[in-house]
Design a protein around this ligand. Sequence first.
Ligand SMILES: NC(=O)c1ccc[n+]([C@@H]2O[C@H](COP(=O)([O-])OP(=O)(O)OC[C@H]3O[C@@H](n4cnc5c(N)ncnc54)[C@H](O)[C@@H]3O)[C@@H](O)[C@H]2O)c1
Length: 255
Amino acid sequence: MDDVAVITGGAGGIGYALAQRLAARGDRVVLADLHAGRAEEAAARLGAGHLGLALDVTDETAVAAVVERVENEVGPIGFWASNAGVATAPGLGSDAEWQLAFGVHVMAHVYAARTALPRMAARGRGHFLVTASAAGLLTEMDVAAYATTKHGSVAIAEWLAIRYGDSGVGFSCLCPQGVRTAMLADAPADSSTLAAGSLISPEEVADATLAAIAEGRFLILPHPQVAAYAQHRATDPDRWLTGMRRAWRKLHPSA
Ligand SMILES: NC(=O)c1ccc[n+]([C@@H]2O[C@H](COP(=O)([O-])OP(=O)(O)OC[C@H]3O[C@@H](n4cnc5c(N)ncnc54)[C@H](O)[C@@H]3O)[C@@H](O)[C@H]2O)c1
């Protein structure tokens, strides 16, 4: 099959690790990232036949143009990894930060679903991956906009899986805890993500993702303990919140 994999936010981190695995097994990969130069360099590192291009996933017209270009010039899209993400400032944040987080973590998936997904569904094959976060199943105590909009990422991934899951397209939602990427590079020492422990590599996340997709699983938890935390949160939310408040006070004793 000559299908092409498109990975948004693929110039580094989890997206690039995924691209490396896909390229190694012979897939053609398009890395679509905010930073054209970084996307092109990353694609060149993957080897001949891969493409890096500029894309702001919060711009629906730009997403549609990338879908059109890839389908016309490279090949049919068989895998769309809606993976771009942003870390906004700690706390409640400004309206601009909420808008950015909502654009990247929610609307970007909607735009991909409006543009790439119908073509995949019409062909009756392919896979649509949303990179959410464990923050979307539990929370992230530092950044309200990140925690809230990642819940939105999980919600839209579930909605798409229900509404398009019988089309022949597969759906997955990737929910890691801490991963050693640029996103965590500047995290402060008292970051709740660092405190949660067990940082893993983007390559481990890529392997877990491809294994789950091969098994046809929707929810991808590269940190398996997240399943137990989510169960605890669902069955006893008050106790869970008490535990989270205790964890927050421990990290910020003078706050
Ligand atoms: N690193 C972690 O601990 C962690 C944990 C859970 C989930 N995630 C999620 O994994 C995904 C990948 O992040 P990462 O950890 O590899 O970090 P990263 O910073 O290496 O990658 C994120 C990429 O998204 C790109 N991007 C940001 N805004 C964009 C936009 N508007 N349009 C196109 N591209 C844009 C960035 O340029 C960057 O290349 C994100 O969705 C992130 O929220 C990361």
